[in-house]
Design a protein around this ligand. Structure first.
Ligand code: MUC
Ligand code: MG
Length: 366
């Protein structure tokens, strides 16, 4: 169970339809595949999605930090020394998706070594999650058509609508069009990716008061310290901290400040080890959580559902597990499938996925 090598492989898979949101847009999944090799021939895998507009990482920076800093720090450790690996990686500030991918690849290798699914090692609560679909910026008609297609094809009835545009009336109109078209039985919530000021956010939420929004995520920047508290104190819609709550310390700050009432957990940025800390922290503080999506491919989505389904607290709400549907292809031998609005955890040891060598050879860019 000793780590003997770590590989970081860049790849690029185009999106059929780009995702647009207030802080950026994604046209290509230019991710990094991280592979951890052990002395007994086990290989654990995970992927890191660079999100420069959220964390400052790029594909090149992930390759560099894994190759030159993290790989030497974890090589020689046992897969059971995950706390040592985490402590060593934490000497380096930032780089959340690079650290997370390495952490999850180690868990995958551990599961494969023990011939047990990671989801059972983490908690084994259930074997599936309801899926929430993210609708990016487009015309009202295109956003409605996408949501209807996803509902009719995959049975998904929970939608996160990207907001944060200027003028705010664009987003208010889109949310109203979605509610009108989809009816009262679907769940709608919004994510602003820091696009609005607190006063714009307050006006927009007031204008949408009749739309039965269940959550409002990251409507304005974390540095709007007083404004976020002011907003959270006045809105009856729970406020979710996403990119403002990437570390356990930031989670504490957001919740104790009254800047947010709920937390989005993304395994793509906190792996399994730190996500589990944040999950327990939120449970202890009485804060609900959402399993978020870092615009993950199928590898990242398999990680997210393995984690989300493993715990009661993370499996209560629909998880954001459908962004991979917009990719033109992926690297797995067996694609993930959403049926009846649910995604099942992959059976099998580790995360339960296998990389198709031909697809990797085709899409790798090194
Ligand atoms: C989300 O929930 O914000 C968009 C940017 C990012 O960092 O994650 C996505 C989805
Ligand atoms: Mg978000």
């Amino acid at each position: 169970m000793k780590i003997v090598a770590v590989e970081a492989i860049p790849f690029a898979i185009p999106y059929r339809k780009p995702l647009r949101f207030a802080s950026g847009e994604v046209h290509t999944a230019d991710h990094v595949l991280v592979r951890v090799h052990t002395d007994d021939g086990i290989v654990g895998v995970a992927e890191a999605p660079p999100r420069p507009y959220t964390y400052g990482e790029t594909q090149e920076s992930i390759l560099a930090v894994v190759g030159t800093v993290f790989a030497p720090e974890v090589t020689g450790l046992s897969l059971l020394e995950r706390e040592v690996a985490r402590a060593r990686m934490d000497r380096t500030i930032g780089n959340p998706t690079a650290k997370a991918a390495l952490d999850m690849a180690c868990w995958d290798a551990l599961g494969r070594s023990l011939d047990l699914p990671v989801t059972q090692l983490l908690g084994g609560f259930t074997d599936r999650m309801r899926v929430s679909h993210m609708v990016g910026f487009a015309t009202d008609e295109a956003m409605v058509a996408e949501a209807e297609h996803v509902r009719d094809t995959y049975g998904i009835t929970t939608f996160k609508v990207k907001v944060g545009r200027r003028p705010i009336s664009l987003d208010v109109g889109a949310c109203r069009a979605l509610r009108t078209a989809l009816g009262p039985d679907v769940e709608l919530y919004v994510d602003g990716n820091r696009g609005w000021t607190p006063s714009e956010a307050a006006r927009a939420l007031a204008a949408m008061a009749d739309l039965d929004l269940t959550l409002s995520e990251e409507l304005c920047p974390a540095d709007d310290v007083v404004g976020r508290r002011w907003l959270t104190a006045q809105t009856p819609v729970p406020t979710v901290a996403d990119e403002s709550a990437v570390t356990p310390g930031q989670v504490t700050r957001e919740l104790l400040d009254g800047a947010a009432t709920m937390i989005s957990i993304k395994t793509a940025r906190t792996g399994f080890s730190t996500s589990q800390r944040i999950l327990h922290q939120c449970e202890g503080m009485g804060a609900e959580i959402v399993m978020g999506n870092q615009i993950d491919g199928q590898i990242g989505t398999a990680c997210s559902v393995a984690f989300g389904a493993a715990h009661r607290h993370s499996s209560r709400r629909a998880g954001e597990l459908s962004n991979f549907l917009d990719m033109s292809d992926d690297l797995l031998t067996e694609p993930l499938e959403i049926h009846g609005g649910e995604l099942a955890v992959r059976p099998g040891p580790g995360i339960g996925i296998e990389i198709d060598p031909d697809k990797l050879a085709h899409y790798r860019t090194d």
